[in-house]
Design a protein around this ligand. Structure first.
Ligand SMILES: [Mn+2]
Length: 334
């Protein structure tokens, strides 16, 4: 296959310089890591290792076993004992996303590099490379490999494709451009197993998750374009090792009448995690930011204090308001 056309996205030169001269970088993926967090962590970790560096790969929460086919999966640590020379935050829109890993005082003063594609990124690094048009942080790591003139191999291509497949839910999202498809072709050509990645990351669920989905689906309510559901602690009492009803918020948005979907999860610390999805033309990242969270227009979230049913009432009302405003502005335009 021919190479993709020259990428239109180029990493900043100061980033390339920093990565070339670094010896022991600490790479941090965000808490509750998803495929793009672990994909970009392992892709960049492997790339830097291949360049002769000694990277540390870290994430506050253990990476789900789903991703154990990725390079360096076994090297991801939940605690850092060594002394790095720079820190690289991946797929993280603000410093709290790095969780306890970054809270350590001994990391204060170390240069911080931010590589992210969230539009809500707050530019908290010394070098900030933020590309909101990219479908995944892994797409950015691909451009980085190109700019560093590092060849793709099967291992790197597999890690890169994992973030692209998972963040686009299998190439379903509006940020999948012809360039993303070109890149995907190149990654497959380099040996990335697209069907295996899709099956392992998107089409495999634990039995406990299926049972939890059933219970959470029982709580679905719909009004004025907003579909919502709750996942309480009591509903998971007999289901060990499971908290989130992963994937359910996208599933309920598939209701024909729904424009915005929300799932509210009561966390073990008593807080309520809110997860939002929106159809094209609606923006849930705005509301997530208002509530102290972040994300993308079609997919965002936040964590709130309060009991789960009052949080649901309050937040669903805000989401309905978003729909009313968008319908009003459509009327005005027409
Ligand atoms: Mn991402």
């Amino acid at each position: 296959m021919t190479e993709s056309p020259t990428p239109h996205i180029e990493p900043p030169l100061e980033l390339l310089d920093a990565l070339t001269s670094v010896r022991k970088p600490l790479l941090i993926a965000h808490i509750s890591p998803d495929g793009d967090a672990i994909g970009s962590l392992t892709a960049l970790g492997y790339l830097l290792y291949r360049m002769g560096k000694d990277p540390i790969l870290a994430c506050q929460d253990k990476a789900p076993a789903t991703f154990n086919f990725l390079p360096f999966y076994d090297r991801i640590v939940q605690r850092v004992d060594e002394r790095p020379d720079i820190i690289i935050a991946l797929d993280s829109s603000d410093p709290t996303r790095m969780g306890t890993i970054y809270e350590e005082e001994r990391f204060n003063g170390l240069p911080l590099i931010v590589i992210d594609h969230h539009i809500t990124n707050v530019f908290f690094g010394d070098i900030n490379w933020v590309e909101p048009t990219c479908c995944a942080t892994d797409e950015m790591i691909y451009y980085l490999a190109k700019a560093l003139k590092e060849p793709l191999d099967e291992t790197l291509a597999t890690a890169l494709l994992t973030g692209i497949v998972t963040d686009t839910r299998g190439f379903r999202t509006y940020n999948v451009t012809p360039e993303v498809m070109h890149i995907t072709g190149e990654l497959i050509d380099a040996g990335a197993p697209l069907a295996m990645i899709t099956e392992r990351t998107l089409d495999t669920r634990s039995m406990a998750l299926i049972v939890l989905w059933g219970r959470v689906l029982d709580t679905v309510e719909f009004a004025d374009g907003v579909i919502s559901a709750v996942n309480s602690m009591a509903m998971r009492q007999d289901l060990e090792g499971i908290i989130r009803a992963e994937g359910l918020v996208s599933f309920i948005l598939s209701a024909q009448e729904a424009k915005i979907a929300a799932v509210f999860t009561e966390m073990p610390d008593g807080k309520v995690e809110c997860s939002f999805r929106a159809r094209r033309g609606y923006d849930v990242s705005r509301i997530a930011v208002q509530l102290g969270g972040g994300g993308h227009p079609p997919a965002a979230g936040c964590t709130l204090d309060g009991d789960i049913s009052s949080v649901r009432r309050r937040v669903v009302e805000m989401l309905r308001q978003e729909i009313r405003e968008k319908s009003m502005s459509k009327l005005v335009k027409e």
